[in-house]
Design a protein around this ligand. Structure first.
Ligand SMILES: *[C@@H]1O[C@H](CO)[C@@H](O)[C@H](O)[C@H]1NC(C)=O
Ligand SMILES: *[C@@H]1O[C@H](CO)[C@@H](O)[C@H](O)[C@H]1NC(C)=O
Length: 347
């Protein structure tokens, strides 16, 4: 080979190597814009407040206090929408503007930065949500002396909504996660983690803040209902067993099982749910049966707190899928819950 031929061959090899190198670099570099333009998150989420259940005025004072704390004290990785589910309170542009003006003032008085205030206002989404009495429950049902007639039927609507209707709500049913907070919920100090990132990173399906029993007189019939369902569905029976579910005494006696006995509950004023896990065919069949006797909610006043716990223990793997999110400093109605150490997530 002549010198010039050899030189040409070397040049070709060098050029090819350079092209390969550039191609690789370009390929690698095509990911670079992600550093500037955030990649689409691998899930969708929303924070949910049920701010009014029946038409008519309702004071937003507590909500105006809760929202800025939620914004300021959680290091949100993504600014997911904050859905304010209301029954007509914010139907007009003026009412929405008024609310947002007051929210800005509240955020300022809580010393949020301008940036945090702008982000909070940007996240708010007003979602009209109406609640109707189910068939078989008359409008004057309160004359029937329900077990509890305070706030009838608004409170009962709320319990039915969070127990099962929420999983069919058009704005919610296709989300991966929602975090429900109530207007008297406060994230009272900075948390080191984003609840959605945490459950996603750990492949969890449910997170709660505190568990406590609901009283027997507002859970009348719940023990036999769950027991009978489990007897007819062996998968539920074995799931309950593997979750170390405890029944009151005399489960297999004919009458009065569980009467007057408290029912364990998650305090659902902090309720973080992986929605698809509550929309499986098995769960949906259970929710339909739950809804099939509306007196459970509208007369006996079953609450969504014990119902949520029953759903979780009947259909999820509690050890693998459920987390007590004590990392988030939290108070309900001004009562601080016990916290635990907060370990930041690695990126
Ligand atoms: C906001 O900042 C002012 C001035 O530093 C302080 O007096 C006030 O207590 C702060 N308010 C809150 C809610 O932290
Ligand atoms: C994540 O959890 C689901 C249950 O929600 C389970 O079916 C799945 O196998 C888990 N994935 C991993 C990677 O552990």
């Amino acid at each position: 080979m002549s010198f010039s031929k050899r030189y040409t061959a070397i040049s070709i090899v060098a050029a090819a190597a350079l092209v390969l190198y550039l191609a690789q670099w370009a390929g690698y570099n095509s990911l670079a814009p992600q550093r500037y333009l955030a990649p689409a998150p691998p899930y969708t989420a929303a924070i949910i407040y049920l701010v009014s259940v029946l038409p008519g005025p309702r004071s937003p004072d507590e909500l105006l206090n809760s929202l800025p704390l939620m914004q300021a004290n959680i290091p949100w990785r993504h600014q997911w929408p904050v859905l304010l589910l209301h029954a007509g309170a914010y139907d007009t542009p003026e009412s929405q503007r008024d609310f947002l003006t007051r929210l800005r003032e509240s955020a300022e008085s809580q010393n949020l930065t301008l940036d945090a205030t702008a982000k909070l206002l940007d996240r708010i989404e007003f979602v009209p949500t109406h609640h109707e009495l189910p068939d078989g429950i008359p409008a004057d049902g309160v004359a029937d002396h329900p077990v509890w007639d305070g706030e009838w039927p608004a409170y009962h609507h709320m319990c039915a909504f969070f127990s099962y209707k929420i999983f069919e709500h058009p704005r919610i049913k296709d989300l991966t996660y929602y975090l429900r907070l109530d207007d008297d919920s406060t994230v009272r100090a900075p948390a080191c983690l984003d609840p959605f990132e945490y459950v996603h990173a750990h492949n969890l399906s449910y997170a709660y803040r505190r568990q406590s029993p609901d009283m027997g007189w507002v859970t009348d019939g719940m023990w036999p209902f769950v027991s009978n369902y489990a007897k007819r569905h062996p998968a539920v029976e074995s799931r309950l067993r593997s979750n170390s579910w405890e029944w009151p005494a005399q489960r297999h006696w004919p009458n009065h099982f569980g009467e007057g006995q408290n029912f364990p509950s998650y305090e659902t004023n902090f309720d973080l749910v992986k929605v698809p896990r509550f929309r499986t065919p098995e769960m949906t069949a259970f929710l339909e049966e739950l809804a099939s006797e509306p007196r459970r909610f509208y007369w006996h006043r079953w609450g969504d707190a014990p119902v949520r716990l029953a759903e979780v223990f009947m259909f999820l793997d509690v050890e693998k899928e459920v987390h007590q999110m004590c990392e988030v400093p939290y108070a309900h109605k001004g009562n601080p819950f016990d916290d635990c150490e907060c370990v930041p997530l690695l990126d």
